[in-house]
Design a protein around this ligand. Structure first.
Ligand code: GAR
Length: 195
């Protein structure tokens, strides 16, 4: 492989996917972890000596966030450009960004991992949705993110069986076990295709 791309990971929560990537952080080229709220993901990054940025959504008026999504997204774009980021990987990032980031500088350069087999089960609560739908198999999807949520070219998928007594917690954890391997592998493969 050539020179690693400069990769930013976007997090909002426990950051267990990020944590799983830490041993490979140099190979993956992770140079920045950005969060939309204080979270364990930021702590993991700091402990690993990775630069962090917190762009709090609450710095914007929550009632007017839809109207301010573009300003929020432009602030993130500035940070990415300042850090010379080539590729973004969202890992449990819970803010929907304005289309400007997908259309301009980072078109085709933002990846996402989703805890279901797209195009089935889009949106929030998809692990619960899979259980309620009674499906026997769900899984995870790594895809190129676009301005349309949970859409964009699918790069990789893995199935996970739904067991009779599964709760959201047990099923989601088994899905995450798969994501922790599939996501870094797919990021590396995708980064290698970028100029
Ligand atoms: C992962 O399962 C990821 O697919 C999901 O959040 C989890 C992050 O786990 N992403 C979404 O639901 C995005 N809509 P983590 O915080 O433990 O790394």
């Amino acid at each position: 492989m050539g020179i690693p791309k400069r990769v930013a990971i976007f997090v909002s929560g426990t950051g267990s996917l990020l944590e799983a990537m830490i041993p490979q952080k140099d190979e993956l080229g992770i140079v920045l972890v950005l969060a939309d709220r204080p979270c364990r993901g930021l702590e993991i990054a700091r402990a690993a000596g990775i630069e962090t940025e917190l762009v709090k959504r609450t710095d914007f008026n929550p009632k007017r966030f839809d109207a301010e999504r573009d300003v929020y997204t432009l602030r993130i774009l500035q940070i990415l450009i300042g850090c010379q980021i080539d590729l973004v990987a969202m890992a449990g990032f819970m803010t929907i960004l304005h289309r400007v980031i997908f259309e301009r500088g980072f078109k085709g350069r933002i990846l996402n991992t989703h805890p279901a087999l797209l195009p089935m089960f889009k949106g929030n609560h998809v692990v619960l949705d899979a259980i309620l739908a009674g499906v026997k198999v769900t899984g995870c999807t790594v895809h190129v993110a676009t301005e349309v949520r949970d859409e964009g070219p699918i790069l990789a998928q893995k199935a996970v069986d739904v067991l009779p007594n599964d709760t959201v917690e047990t099923l989601w954890e088994r899905i995450k076990v798969v994501e922790r391997v599939l996501y870094p592998k797919t990021i590396l493969e995708y980064a290698a295709t970028l100029k």
